[in-house]
Design a protein around this ligand. Structure first.
Ligand SMILES: [Fe+2]
Length: 215
């Protein structure tokens, strides 16, 4: 029985135009994200089989596959909700107290100095990924602050315990059909679809769920 399932998109394929075209959204969700869901479920089955047979010859590969596919599923599930239409005012701009997301705006200023400095760091981290990866804004529960992470593939270069709240997919499948090799242009354009209400909700939940911890 499948443990993980592909979530529905919270909008139609064309909702993110002109930043991301409908063909990319359809392929990205229906094919790429779906493959990570299947990969995570398949790997869990293979691990169950290994336990039943006490056959551990493939344990290294299976654990690596589990981290890869599961992290791919989780990051994409966040990614879709992190975005909203740039045309109706629900995506883009900056988080402000006037929009009810003052806690997030304050946390960004405290952690990075200013929104502009944060934006520069996340843009750079996402746009300079080597190979495939993500730029991620995460809540870090030891310091109680926000950090930017440059994630390799879906699972590498991550601080243990950090909770992603805003993720920029920098894999070629996220932009190549529209932006070709211009990854910097794509990441710059992404700011126009950020759903700050969703980011603020994730930040508040992360703080509630993971109070400061002692490592
Ligand atoms: Fe992706």
């Amino acid at each position: 029985m499948a443990i993980y399932t592909l979530p529905e998109l919270p909008y139609d394929y064309a909702a993110l135009e002109p930043v991301i075209n409908p063909q990319i959204v359809e392929l990205h969700h229906d094919k790429h994200h779906a493959a990570y869901v299947k990969g995570a479920n398949d790997t869990l089955e293979q691990l169950e089989e290994a336990r039943e047979k006490d056959a551990w010859g493939s344990i290294n590969g299976l654990e690596k596959n589990l981290a890869f596919h599961l992290s791919g599923h989780i990051l994409h599930s966040i990614y879709w909700h992190n975005m909203a239409s740039p045309k109706d005012g629900s995506g883009g701009g900056e988080p402000t107290a006037a929009d009810g997301v003052g806690d997030l705006a304050d946390a960004i200023t405290e952690s990075f100095g200013s929104f502009a400095k944060f934006k520069a760091q996340l843009t750079k981290a996402a746009a300079t990924t080597q190979g495939s990866g993500w730029g991620v804004l995460a809540y870090e529960p030891v310091s109680g602050r926000l950090i930017v992470e440059q994630v390799y593939d879906h699972q590498g270069n991550v601080g243990q315990g950090s909770v992603p709240v805003l993720v920029f997919d920098a894999w070629e499948h996220a932009f190549y059909l529209q932006y070709k090799n211009q990854k910097v242009d794509f990441i710059d354009a992404m700011w126009a679809v950020v759903n700050w209400q969703d980011v603020a909700k994730r930040y508040a939940e992360a703080k509630d769920r993971t109070p400061l911890i002692t490592p």
